[in-house]
Ligand binder design. Structure first.
Ligand SMILES: Nc1nc2c(c(=O)[nH]1)N[C@H]1C(S)=C(S)[C@@H](COP(=O)(O)OP(=O)(O)OC[C@H]3O[C@@H](n4cnc5c(=O)[nH]c(N)nc54)[C@H](O)[C@@H]3O)O[C@H]1N2
Ligand SMILES: Nc1nc2c(c(=O)[nH]1)N[C@H]1C(S)=C(S)[C@@H](COP(=O)(O)OP(=O)(O)OC[C@H]3O[C@@H](n4cnc5c(=O)[nH]c(N)nc54)[C@H](O)[C@@H]3O)O[C@H]1N2
Ligand code: SF4
Ligand SMILES: [Mo]
Length: 732
């Protein structure tokens, strides 16, 4: 696998007359960078040494991100479907038709027949606008966002345990940690800047890195303690750790007594998971497991970092609660060098789940079902609380109701469901069944082929706004160049709202105006930004929420004195591990788990257009343990065939001795992956079980050498989707 290490940019290369300071548009590390440009064309990335957290470091994606902005594939004019083709139309016609379609559907089927799917890569301001737009313009309860695929298990567990949904300890605190426990996070591919170095620091100071993951990613070093558990068994592993730590007398009783409730019940639920049981169910080495319990239980300062491995499971919330239970039992919360930290993924994965684009949420983390929260938001919006819709459907549920079900119209912004959703063949059918689909997209995506109207979207260099990083720090992005399509996402929302007759609620021309309203709406709420201003963000290198007034310094470290529940205490929750809904059997004997590669970002609609990234990772593949390959007769150069209960796909394969031999790993950026994955959901967070799919692996019967090229039938090509290339640009 090609390696791209962290790239430190050289000094400025060109003489672009202007420099704008902003942040990378991809992952939630939000590395700061500067763009060299002339007001129209962005010409280069410049290292910004003053960047909070990352100090100017960038991975290759951040270095090449600017190439999006003036890319030849940009959609610059609205597109309208004509048969299987698309034609360019004027802005006014496109906006008229987009709005008229939603009005028609509301008239014929009721307002609840329209839905919005939105994205965690949008700025806070746009997230807020989308939530407001769904509730006040479309008047539908059905708005959800792609963070439902991402952060909802972690968020739900954090709210249950601590009363808030935010990383609790700044990542810099790893400098003081004696032990770091990384649970199902691929640090080397997904958090490639700063975090590998911070983990190296722990090792250098004689501390230990403990990794709980069925696969050893590149960041795992000799000397680390690697617990290679079976996929889907994290609650078993952490219940077992809790049991062992208690039996060894390593519980921090003072912390448990003074700052928590529910310890006894959690311990009782963990009691059945003694070492032998865990070793058998999770298939882990008992000696390693004992050592991990000793290390964690004896550490004064321990940081837990969890990624999507334990979270994107049908028992995702329970898995995270089980990790939190161990952290609470050891008192590794609310003190320096310690913390149970979720690693948020998308550019604005954190702000994306605060500002009201979730089906169960009003802005500033308020609860859409809580009468008090509804009254506050309604008052600040100048509407009657009874006019606010109630709780809506989640992302997968909206798709499942699309077309043949009760959802007929869809507004989509910043999400690419026809790559990233589970059970993709069904999603294609569901999307095709919709009557009216409007997408706001800078690039023609695989999902856009199901649109009736595509409105050109904004890239990161063409707008201002705020983003909340994975640490909970609100940072600012500044506009470098004018939007290529002449209107920004905010302009689009304002113009659609006017056509839907509610312009008084959407009279925003600049992000700053939206932010000022957000501050007012959030004052006194669970996610309080009232004291954060654009000026402070720039002067102070970002401000951590909660920040209730302009004198308040912001809150980098949470929970030092109290938790966010009314009684100030954290909650242990008893965890009964959920068995997978579908199990491996003779027909589907291996577990497919899915994730990322360093060079590509999510559905690939941005990075796959950038040559530097595409050259590094051009196509889908599956990783197989060499023994497994030998067992099924998969030879080098032969294409692998994978069959799940959902679909069969063929991809190139790579050997990986660092993977369990009963587990396969496939990066999800290409559509092949989610054709295989089922759409079973966690009952609480409604996250799909992306990390656990029983499959059958075999050499392909097709006489084709593995070239690394994708199977054309599985991916989107110009011919397969019937788009006029001249209009839509090249597609993925
Ligand atoms: N290069 C790159 N970086 C990204 C992204 C990207 O697309 N590309 N996306 C961003 C986003 S949105 C996100 S959410 C983050 C995701 O960041 P991560 O969660 O770190 O990314 P994944 O690749 O999903 O890796 C999950 C890890 O979980 C492991 N795993 C699988 N099943 C299990 C299990 O049952 N238990 C445990 N303990 N581990 C398991 C996998 O082997 C893998 O190491 O990355 C962000 N950063
Ligand atoms: N099998 C499997 N599936 C997964 C995962 C996994 O690990 N395994 N991970 C899941 C995770 S963690 C996530 S976060 C989801 C991501 O799911 P997706 O919704 O597919 O995420 P993106 O690829 O970021 O899609 C964002 C789209 O919005 C566009 N866009 C970006 N910024 C803007 C903007 O500012 N304005 C507008 N108008 N458009 C914009 C981009 O061009 C892109 O087409 O996928 C999930 N799917
Ligand atoms: S993709 Fe993530 S790690 Fe890479 S430069 Fe962008 S923000 Fe930093
Ligand atoms: Mo994500």
């Amino acid at each position: 696998m090609p390696i791209t290490s962290t790239v430190h940019m050289a000094k400025r290369r060109s003489d672009a007359p202007e420099v704008t300071t902003t942040h990378c548009p991809y992952c939630a590390l939000n590395c700061g960078l500067q763009l060299g440009h002339d007001g129209t064309i962005v010409a280069e990335t410049i290292r910004w040494k003053g960047s909070p957290l990352t100090g100017g470091a960038l991975c290759s994606k951040g270095v090449s991100a600017f190439e999006q902005v003036n890319h030849a594939d940009r959609i610059t004019m609205p597109l309208r479907r004509r048969g299987n083709d698309f034609e360019e139309i004027g802005w006014e016609d496109a906006l008229d038709e987009a709005a008229a379609g939603f009005l028609r559907i509301a008239g014929e089927h009721g307002r609840d027949a329209n839905a919005v799917l939105s994205g965690g890569s949008l700025t806070n301001e746009k997230v807020y606008l989308m939530g407001k737009f769904a509730r006040l313009a479309l008047k539908t309860p059905h708005i959800d966002y792609n963070g439902r695929f991402c952060m909802t298990s972690a968020g739900a567990a954090n709210k249950l345990a601590f009363g808030a949904d935010r990383m609790m300890t700044p990542l810099d605190e790893l400098r003081r940690a004696e032990v770091a426990v990384v649970v199902g996070a691929n640090i080397s591919a997904a958090f490639p800047v700063v975090l590998p170095k911070l983990l190296d620091g722990v090792r250098r100071r004689g501390g230990r890195v403990i990794v709980v993951d069925p696969r050893a990613s590149r960041f795992v070093k000799p000397g680390d303690l690697h617990i290679a558990n079976r996929p889907g068994t994290d609650a078993i592993v952490f219940n077992g750790l809790l049991d062992l730590i208690a039996k060894a007398g390593l519980v921090d009783s003072k912390f448990v007594r003074n700052r928590t409730t529910g310890f006894e019940a959690a311990l009782a639920a963990a009691a059945p998971f003694d070492v032998e049981t865990v070793a058998e169910l999770a298939d882990v080495d008992a000696a390693l497991f004992n050592e991990a319990a000793q290390l964690i239980g004896s550490a004064d300062r321990c940081m837990y970092l969890h990624g999507r491995g334990p979270e994107q499971q049908v028992g995702g919330v329970d898995n995270v609660l089980a990790i939190i239970n161990v952290g609470l039992a050891c008192g590794h919360v609310g003190r320096p060098g310690s913390g149970v930290n979720m690693l948020t993924g998308q550019r604005n994965g954190q702000g994306g789940r605060e500002w009201g684009q979730r089906c169960n949420q009003l802005p500033s983390g308020r609860d859409i079902e809580d009468p008090g929260d509804r009254a506050v938001v309604a008052e600040r919006w100048g509407v009657d609380p009874d006019d606010l819709p109630g709780i809506g459907k989640t992302y997968v549920e909206i798709l499942q109701q699309a077309g043949r079900g009760e959802i007929k119209g869809l507004l989509s912004i910043c999400t690419n469901m026809n790559v990233s959703s589970p059970d993709l063949d069904r999603v294609d059918e569901q999307m095709a069944g919709l009557e009216h689909v409007v997408m706001i997209e800078p690039f023609f995506s695989r999902s856009a082929r199901f649109a009736d109207i595509v409105l050109p979207g904004t890239t990161f260099a063409e707008e201002s706004g705020t983003i909340t990083t994975l640490e909970g720090r609100v940072v600012r992005i500044d506009q470098a160049v004018a939007p290529l399509p002449r209107r920004s996402d905010i302009d689009i929302i304002r113009n659609l709202a006017r056509r839907l007759g509610v312009s008084q609620h959407f009279d925003f021309h600049r992000a700053r105006e939206v932010f000022d309203e957000m501050r007012r709406v959030s004052a006194g709420g669970p996610v309080d930004y009232a004291g954060i201003t654009y000026e402070r963000i720039r002067d102070e290198g970002g401000v951590f929420w909660p920040c209730p007034d302009e004198k308040h310094p912001g809150t980098p470290q949470l929970y030092t004195e109290r938790f966010h529940h009314d009684d100030g205490r954290a909650r242990f929750r008893p965890v009964q591990p959920t068995p997978p809904p579908v199990v491996v059997d003779a027909d589907y004997p291996l577990v497919l788990t899915t994730g990322r590669v360093l060079a590509q970002f999510l559905s690939g609609n941005q990075t796959m257009r950038i040559e530097a990234q595409q050259t590094l990772e051009p196509a889908c593949f599956v990783e197989v343990h060499p023994d497994t390959a030998a067992r099924v007769g998969l030879e080098a150069g032969v294409t692998a065939s994978l069959t799940s209960r959902q679909a069969t796909v063929e991809v190139a394969w790579r050997p990986n001795p660092g993977l369990r031999d009963d587990t396969l790993f496939m990066p999800y950026h290409w559509p092949e992956c989610n054709r295989l994955v089922a759409s079973d959901l966690d009952p609480v967070s409604k996250i799909p079980g992306f990390k656990y799919t029983p499959v059958l692996l075999a050499p392909s019967s097709a006489p084709r050498a593995a070239t690394g090229q994708v199977d054309a039938s599985a991916s989107t090509t110009a011919s397969s989707i019937g788009i006029n290339r001249a209009v839509a640009g090249s597609m993925i």
